[in-house]
Design a protein around this ligand. Structure first.
Ligand code: CA
Ligand code: CA
Length: 152
């Protein structure tokens, strides 16, 4: 009788201790707007023609179901070359904007950086997305010449 009481006491202590176990760390929410793809090695020989420059691009995707305002947001490479989304730019839920490196007429789903040089290094680079206040939202790196693009 005395032994079983002692055992019950031990079990009771253990039972009380259980809720004190730390809860698992909260999972970090996926960014609402993400770097979805970087096509860093444009098709064919890189001759720096405008069509070749435009064969190089980065895709920014809104993975939520609601429209996001991204005016003033920035995409940049490791060197620090920046593309800034014009004021008033929005991405509807589930949709994306492709930013092509060369020149062209920007529309709802395609923007043009307007560069005369490539921006995404073929060997290794990182595409980083920041808000209009400079807050880091997402990034995507590649370090291989075995493929021409990376799906983030
Ligand atoms: Ca490139
Ligand atoms: Ca190429």
């Amino acid at each position: 009788m005395r032994l079983s009481r002692a055992a019950a006491g031990v079990l009771g202590t253990a039972a009380v201790a259980l809720p004190l176990i730390a809860a698992p760390a909260q999972a970090t929410a996926a960014p609402a707007v993400q770097v979805a793809k970087v096509y860093y090695d444009s098709p064919g020989v890189d001759r720096r023609s405008n069509s070749s420059l435009n064969g190089e691009y980065v895709v920014i995707k809104n993975v939520t179901r609601t429209t996001r305002k991204i005016g003033g947001w920035i995409v940049h490479d490791e060197t620090g070359y920046k593309y800034r989304f014009p004021a008033g730019t929005v991405i509807k839920g589930g949709e994306s904007i492709t930013i092509r490196t060369g020149s062209g007429r920007s529309g709802t789903s395609t923007h043009y950086w307007g560069r005369k040089q490539y921006v995404w290094n073929n060997d290794a680079d990182t595409a980083t997305l920041r808000s209009n206040t400079g807050k880091l939202l997402d990034s995507c790196s590649h370090d291989s010449t075995r493929r021409d693009y990376v799906i983030c």
